[in-house]
Each structure stands twice: as structure tokens, then as C-alpha cells.
Design a protein around this ligand. Structure first.
Ligand code: HEC
Ligand code: HEC
Ligand code: HEC
Ligand code: HEC
Ligand code: HEC
Ligand code: HEC
Ligand code: HEC
Ligand code: HEC
Ligand code: HEC
Ligand code: HEC
Length: 458
């Protein structure tokens, strides 16, 4: 019979309808699996439950700083109704370290964990996303009176405002006169008349610098002969900002404070009261050893020639000292000190008043900066105005466009998220926290300690 004529019914009869009733190795295996796997899972969970190990719930690797807490889930996940809670409460975080408030006039306070996303791998928790800031700063509203700060910032290289210190109309509040252009010119007259070329680093270096100053005074002997070990660049705060300029380190070699031809030495660089006391003392010591000078004739080589001869005067030592001091001070106050300072002469005081120098060290009150991290760049790239500036009042700082050349979104730029330049927490309000762990509790090779909560904080 040809195959094609085979009836459908016949075909159906060939199929064994009771195949499932007979045992088969595959089916047996399937049955075993469907019973054993859940059983194993229950045993596994029970085991972790009994040993109080919460690893099973873990949703990812801990951040670098918290990796030591991998065995201490409950230090953040405080148990609710004796069960594991997937929420990490702010209070749990604060038992180990405070997260002080940002501004008291903010409308709400986000949870710690909304900005510090845990279980995202071994990253830095403080590297928060821009959203954690722009949730407020994209449309900033404050409690009470309106804010003076920019209200719509949603990214550094998009809508961030120009820095306040470089906005039109800002001036350097410093009072020390300095013409940068003159001092940076070629062949400036240096000490002893030699021609020199000054460099920014002859006047500006961070406090951590330990090279001697080219135009400073006699180096001060170190208090201790043991060389101070410095912190590495990455964490040394003394490399971030430039030290304020000082007369003793940056000006003294070229700008002496001579007060009288009789003395090679300079007056001290100090308050007018101290300068006056010094000058008087030096003249007293001098006249004690040179009494002949009390007799003053018009041929006195130290005085300008008078147009007609006058009879010689004989002074008391005190008269002589006060006349000489008055002459010297006329020169100092009206010329020498005035070259660099604004002096005022209150009528009710015998000595002038030197204006506060007001040299700013930290220009950006609301942001951080670190020169050391930018040491690959030439000073003038950021301080392009320095070479041509003639007035102290000029602002020589870079604006936001300079920063954006490197700090911009995209993988080819330096970090441009808000935390790179700003703090969120007002750390001046930080409350102390004292940890209370034993090494035993933190040691992952040890069995689990029953109740971590009681061991955290106070
Ligand atoms: C340093 C604190 C900290 C420790 C320690 C910690 N966690 Fe978390 N965990 C968090 C934070 C923060 C969240 C985010 C929860 C939220 O939004 O409140 C979280 C979330 C979770 C979630 C929810 C899923 C998710 O990703 O949002 C699980 C599950 C979890 N953690 C398990 C664990 C386990 C298991 C351990 C112990 C191995 C552990 N955690 C240790 C801080 C911690
Ligand atoms: C059991 C103690 C403990 C608890 C609880 C804890 N931390 Fe920490 N945290 C540490 C230690 C230790 C460090 C590392 C030392 C340091 O930076 O102070 C750290 C560092 C940090 C840092 C800075 C390091 C980084 O990666 O940027 C942040 C941010 C932080 N924790 C946030 C939190 C948050 C948010 C919580 C709550 C979800 C929390 N911590 C809970 C102990 C704890
Ligand atoms: C709006 C986002 C935000 C919130 C909410 C927040 N933080 Fe932070 N936190 C930051 C940023 C940004 C930094 C890094 C800059 C700084 O130190 O302010 C930081 C830094 C830290 C640091 C590290 C300080 C260091 O040594 O470098 C700790 C610890 C910390 N936060 C804890 C907390 C705790 C605890 C809470 C909850 C009470 C909290 N934070 C809430 C954004 C936030
Ligand atoms: C809950 C809302 C809120 C969040 C979130 C927030 N801010 Fe603010 N921010 C404010 C308020 C309010 C002010 C103060 C405005 C005033 O006093 O006029 C402010 C002021 C500032 C200022 C200027 C004053 C200062 O502190 O130096 C900076 C910079 C700043 N925030 C940065 C940040 C950064 C960076 C983040 C994210 C890590 C952030 N803010 C997250 C509300 C917020
Ligand atoms: C002879 C010493 C001297 C040299 C050399 C010098 N400076 Fe200055 N600089 C000063 C003094 C003094 C001040 C403070 C008075 C003022 O603000 O002008 C100052 C202030 C500054 C300031 C902050 C004040 C502002 O208004 O921005 C910057 C930035 C600066 N200098 C950059 C430079 C750079 C860059 C160079 C090299 C191209 C340089 N300086 C070379 C003496 C010097
Ligand atoms: C290397 C030597 C040298 C150093 C260091 C130096 N100066 Fe001068 N300074 C000069 C010379 C030379 C002149 C006269 C320049 C001219 O008029 O061409 C001068 C002129 C001045 C003037 C008058 C400028 C004018 O407009 O006439 C002031 C003010 C001044 N210096 C301040 C300072 C201060 C402040 C410092 C230290 C921060 C300093 N100088 C460091 C060499 C120096
Ligand atoms: C070549 C420039 C120069 C000359 C000349 C000069 N000073 Fe100064 N003076 C400075 C600088 C730079 C500072 C700021 C840093 C420091 O204290 O050295 C300063 C600071 C001062 C201060 C401290 C001001 C404050 O901020 O409170 C006094 C006081 C002072 N000088 C007095 C004098 C007197 C008095 C004279 C004249 C005898 C004089 N100076 C001459 C450059 C000069
Ligand atoms: C990447 C840009 C950049 C470079 C490169 C740079 N600066 Fe600055 N500088 C700044 C900024 C931004 C500030 C303002 C920081 C602040 O005070 O908040 C500043 C401030 C200063 C000040 C004022 C004091 C202070 O620290 O705030 C001096 C002086 C100064 N810079 C000198 C220099 C010298 C000298 C060099 C070269 C060795 C240099 N800078 C290189 C950006 C730069
Ligand atoms: C030549 C490119 C370049 C320019 C221009 C530049 N930066 Fe940076 N900046 C960097 C790099 C790269 C880092 C990271 C350095 C690191 O983390 O070691 C950095 C780091 C920083 C940091 C973090 C410092 C720290 O302590 O971790 C701040 C804040 C900063 N820059 C601010 C600025 C500001 C403000 C400007 C503009 C005045 C600016 N930068 C201009 C390249 C640049
Ligand atoms: C590369 C560094 C850098 C980054 C990234 C950055 N800022 Fe700024 N920001 C600054 C500097 C510098 C200032 C000027 C501070 C001053 O004038 O005292 C400033 C000023 C501010 C101010 C005060 C504005 C005002 O009106 O004076 C706020 C608010 C602010 N930033 C928020 C943010 C926020 C939100 C982000 C993230 C979206 C951010 N910043 C990213 C450097 C930065």
C-alpha cells in the first residue's frame, strides 16, 4: 500500500496516548528538580537567616569607603519589625558621620541616599550626579527673602553663571600698589643694578613650596633641623592656593627701606610706631658715639647747603635725635612707604596709618580651586591679564570660558559635575560622630556578630 494512501485515523492510532504514564529518566529528573531546587533555596535562605547574614539581599558591590561594612548590612539597613529593610535611614548614616545641612533656607532636605547612591560598585559616593543639585538649582527657590544666587543652573557648561569675582564692575580690594607689567618687563633693574627677568613664581607660590625666594630677605633658620615630610600632592592642601605676597619674601631685595645716609641698614618693615621706635633708637646710639655732630654748621655734609651762612647751633642729644628722626620719617612716610602703600595722616595722631593690605587668598568664596591640579598649564593661560596689568585694582582671574575648555560634559573633558568645584554640606556645622565597632565585628573571616546596630554610634 502506497504511503500516500495511509488514512489519518490510522496514523493517529500509531501514537501512544499513555506515554506519560510510563516512567522516563527525563521526567524523573524534572520532578526531582522541581522539588529539590525550592527546597535547596529554602535551606539556603534559612541558613543565611540563622547566621544573620544578609548577603542574599545584596543588590551590588559597596562603594570604596564602605566596602569594609560588607558584613554589616544592618549598620545602614536598620531592621524594621525584625526584618531586613531595603531602605537606609539618614539616622543610620549619621551614627558614623554627619552630613551637615547645605543651607538653612532650603525648602526641603533630600535623603542621604538620594545623592549618595550605594551598591553601584567601588566608586566614590561623594561623586554625586548633577541631578542631586539641579533638583533645586535648576529652579532655585528659598524660604524667606529671595536669593541673590543664580536661579537656573542645570549644568556647568550650559547655564552656569560667570564667576562673581570676574563679573563686570568687580575690583581687586588690595591696597599694595603693584604694576605687573613693569615688574615682568625684560631687563628690570634688580639688586645691585643687575638686569633681571622676573617670573610669576618669584612672587607667587603656594605655602607648600620649599624653594628659597629669589628676592627675599636673609633666609630664616628652620626651627627644627629635621626636614619636614610633606604630604603627597594629591592631598596636600598647602598646594591649592597661592600664599599672599609679602614684602620680606618678594620685595625686600629691590626695595630697601633706607632712612638715613649714616646707616647702611634699612628700617624694619613694620608699623609706623615700630619704625619710629627703631629710627629713634638708631640715632640715639649713633649720637652717643658721634657727639661732635651735635654742633651743626651749614657745612654739615648731611644737610642740604643753606643759601647764606648761619651761626652754628649746638643741640642737646635729644634735640638732635628728634630732628634727625623727623627728617628720616618725612622721607619714609611721604616717599618710601607711599611707593607701595596708601598712608593716611590723621590730624590727632603723630604717626601715619598704613591701610590694611587686603590681599585676597581665596577669591571664589562659593567654590574650591586647586592650583596644584592644574600645574601642567602655564600661569598666563588662566591669568592672561597679568602681563599687561598696571593697576592693583585690575582683576587677573580667569572666567568660566577658560575652565570650560577642559571641564565640559563628554568623555574627552575633565570632570564637570557640580561636586568637582563645590561642597554641598556646610562642614562648619559638622557634629562629631564616634564609631564603636570592634575589629572582630568588621572582620569578614569571622562569624557574624549578632546585633550590629547596638555596636554602632553612641
Ligand atoms: C553604608 C551603608 C550600607 C550598607 C553597609 C549596606 N547598604 Fe544596602 N543600601 C544602602 C543604600 C543607601 C541603599 C539605597 C536605599 C534607599 O534608597 O534608601 C541600599 C539599598 C539596598 C537594597 C535595595 C535595592 C537597591 O539597590 O536600591 C538592597 C537589597 C540592599 N541595599 C542590600 C544590602 C545588603 C544585603 C547589605 C549587606 C551585604 C547592604 N545592603 C549593606 C546602603 C547600605
Ligand atoms: C558603620 C559606619 C558607617 C555607616 C553606617 C555609614 N558610613 Fe559612610 N563612611 C564610613 C567610613 C568608615 C567612611 C570612610 C572614612 C571617611 O571618609 O570618613 C565613610 C565614607 C563615606 C563617604 C565619603 C567617601 C566617598 O565614597 O565619597 C560618604 C559620602 C558616605 N560615607 C556616605 C554615607 C551614607 C549616605 C550613609 C548612609 C546610607 C553612610 N555613609 C553610612 C562609615 C559609615
Ligand atoms: C543633595 C545631595 C546630597 C545629600 C542629600 C547628602 N549629601 Fe553628602 N555629599 C554630597 C556631595 C556633593 C559631597 C561632596 C562635597 C562635600 O563634601 O560637600 C558630599 C560629601 C559627603 C561626605 C564626605 C565628606 C568627605 O570627607 O569627603 C559624607 C560623609 C557625607 N556627604 C554624608 C552625608 C550624609 C550622612 C547625608 C545625609 C544626612 C548626606 N551626605 C546627604 C551631596 C549630598
Ligand atoms: C534642597 C535644595 C537644594 C539642593 C538639593 C542643593 N542646593 Fe545648593 N542651594 C540651595 C539653597 C536654598 C541655597 C542658598 C540660597 C541663598 O541663600 O540665597 C543654595 C546655595 C548654593 C550655592 C551658593 C552658596 C554656597 O553654598 O556657596 C552653591 C555653590 C550650591 N548651592 C551648590 C550646590 C550643589 C553643588 C548641590 C548638589 C550637590 C546643591 N547645591 C544642592 C538649595 C539646594
Ligand atoms: C614682583 C612680584 C610679582 C610678580 C613677578 C607677579 N606678581 Fe602677581 N601679584 C603681586 C602682588 C604684589 C599682588 C597683589 C596686588 C595686586 O592685586 O595687584 C599680585 C596679585 C596677583 C593676582 C591676584 C590679584 C588679582 O587681581 O587677580 C594674580 C592672579 C597674579 N598676581 C598673577 C600673577 C601672574 C600670573 C604673574 C606672572 C605672569 C604674576 N602675578 C607676577 C606681585 C607679583
Ligand atoms: C627684581 C627687583 C624688584 C622686585 C623683586 C620688586 N620690584 Fe618693584 N620695582 C623694581 C624696579 C626696578 C622699579 C622701577 C621700575 C621702573 O620705573 O621702570 C620698581 C617699581 C615699583 C613700584 C613703583 C612703580 C611705578 O609705577 O613707578 C612699586 C609700587 C613697586 N615696585 C612695588 C613692588 C612690590 C610690592 C614688590 C614685591 C611684591 C616689588 N616691587 C618687587 C624692582 C623690583
Ligand atoms: C616695595 C613695597 C613696599 C614698601 C616700600 C613698603 N611696604 Fe609695607 N607692605 C608691603 C607688602 C607687599 C605688604 C603685605 C604683606 C606683608 O605684610 O609683607 C605690606 C604690609 C605692610 C603692613 C601690614 C598691613 C596690613 O595688612 O595690616 C604694614 C604696617 C606695612 N606694610 C608698613 C610699611 C611701612 C611703615 C613702610 C615704610 C617704612 C612700608 N610698609 C613699605 C610692601 C611694601
Ligand atoms: C587652570 C587655571 C589656572 C592656572 C593654570 C593658574 N591659576 Fe592662578 N588662579 C586660578 C583661579 C581659578 C584662581 C582663583 C582661586 C581662588 O582664590 O578662589 C587663581 C588665583 C591665583 C592667585 C590669587 C591667590 C589665590 O591663590 O587665590 C594668584 C597669585 C595666582 N592664581 C597665581 C598663579 C600662578 C603664579 C600660576 C602659575 C604657576 C597660576 N596662578 C596658574 C586659576 C589658575
Ligand atoms: C587644562 C585643562 C583644565 C583647565 C583649563 C581647568 N581645569 Fe580644572 N582640572 C583639570 C583636570 C585634568 C583636573 C583633575 C585633576 C585631578 O583630579 O588630578 C581638574 C580638577 C579641578 C578641580 C578639582 C581639584 C581637586 O582638588 O580635586 C577643580 C575645583 C577645578 N579643576 C576647577 C577649575 C576651574 C575653576 C577652572 C577655570 C578657572 C579650571 N579648573 C580650569 C583640568 C583643567
Ligand atoms: C569647574 C568648576 C565648577 C563646576 C563643575 C560647577 N561650578 Fe558652580 N561655580 C564655580 C565657581 C568658580 C563659582 C564662582 C564662585 C564665587 O564667585 O565665589 C561658581 C558659582 C556657583 C554658584 C553661585 C552662583 C552665583 O550666582 O554667584 C552656584 C549656585 C553654583 N556655582 C552651582 C553649581 C551647580 C549646581 C553646578 C553643577 C550643575 C556647578 N555649580 C558646577 C565653579 C564650578
Amino acid at each position: 500500500m502506497p504511503r500516500a494512501k495511509l488514512k489519518t485515523k490510522k496514523l493517529a492510532q500509531r501514537i501512544d496516548l499513555n506515554y506519560f504514564k510510563r516512567p522516563h529518566p527525563f521526567r524523573r529528573l524534572r520532578f526531582l528538580l522541581s522539588v529539590c531546587v525550592p527546597a535547596l533555596a529554602i535551606i539556603w535562605l534559612a541558613w543565611y537567616g540563622l547566621t544573620r547574614n544578609n548577603h542574599v539581599y545584596s543588590s551590588g558591590k559597596m562603594s570604596v569607603s564602605h566596602s569594609v561594612l560588607t558584613e554589616q548590612c544592618s549598620s545602614c539597613h536598620v531592621k524594621e519589625a525584625r526584618a531586613f529593610s531595603a531602605k537606609a535611614s539618614d539616622q543610620a548614616c549619621e551614627t558614623c558621620h554627619d552630613g551637615p545641612i547645605h543651607h538653612t533656607n532650603q525648602l526641603f532636605t533630600p535623603n542621604c541616599s538620594s545623592c549618595h547612591r550605594e551598591h553601584r560598585g567601588s566608586l566614590r559616593l561623594a561623586a554625586t550626579s548633577d541631578l542631586s543639585c539641579t533638583q533645586c538649582h535648576a529652579n532655585l527657590r528659598v524660604a524667606g527673602s529671595a536669593t541673590d544666587f543664580a536661579r537656573n543652573i542645570d549644568g556647568f557648561d550650559s547655564s552656569h553663571p560667570e564667576f562673581s569675582a570676574v563679573r563686570a564692575g568687580s575690583v581687586d580690594p588690595g591696597t599694595i600698589k603693584l604694576d605687573h607689567r613693569v615688574h615682568l618687563k625684560k631687563n628690570l633693574m634688580g639688586p645691585n643694578g643687575a638686569a633681571v627677568q622676573l617670573d610669576c613664581g618669584d612672587c607667587h607660590r603656594p605655602p607648600a613650596s620649599n624653594e628659597p625666594w629669589r628676592f627675599g630677605g636673609v633666609p630664616q633658620p628652620k626651627a627644627s633641623s629635621v626636614a619636614q615630610k610633606q604630604e603627597p600632592p594629591s592631598i596636600n592642601p598647602a598646594r591649592a592656593y597661592m600664599s599672599p605676597v609679602s614684602y620680606a619674601q618678594h620685595c625686600i631685595a629691590c626695595h630697601g627701606l633706607q632712612f638715613d645716609k649714616r646707616f647702611a641698614e634699612s628700617a624694619p618693615h613694620d608699623t609706623p610706631t615700630a619704625v619710629h621706635a627703631f629710627v629713634v633708637l638708631r640715632f640715639r646710639q649713633y649720637i652717643a658715639t658721634h657727639p661732635a655732630e651735635l654742633r651743626i654748621t651749614n657745612s654739615d655734609p648731611n644737610l642740604p647747603q643753606k643759601p647764606f651762612p648761619i651761626s652754628p647751633r649746638v643741640l642737646t642729644p635729644e634735640q638732635w635725635v628728634s630732628e634727625r628722626a623727623a627728617e628720616s620719617e618725612q622721607l619714609l612716610w611721604r616717599k618710601t612707604c607711599m611707593q607701595c602703600h596708601a598712608l593716611s595722616f590723621p590730624t590727632n595722631q603723630p604717626l601715619p596709618v598704613v591701610a590694611n593690605s587686603n590681599i585676597t587668598v581665596h577669591w571664589f568664596q562659593h567654590a574650591m580651586f586647586n592650583h596644584d591640579k592644574h600645574r601642567l598649564v602655564k600661569c598666563e593661560e588662566c591669568h592672561s591679564a597679568a602681563r599687561t596689568s598696571q593697576e592693583t585694582s585690575d582683576i587677573l582671574l580667569p572666567g568660566i570660558r577658560t575652565c570650560e575648555q577642559c571641564h565640559h560634559t563628554g568623555s574627552d573633558g575633565a570632570e564637570a559635575r557640580c561636586f568637582e568645584c563645590h561642597t554641598y554640606h556646610d562642614w562648619s556645622k559638622e557634629k562629631p560622630a564616634h564609631g564603636n565597632f570592634t575589629l572582630f565585628q568588621l572582620n569578614r573571616r569571622q562569624p557574624h556578630e549578632a546585633n550590629a546596630q547596638t555596636s554602632v554610634g553612641k
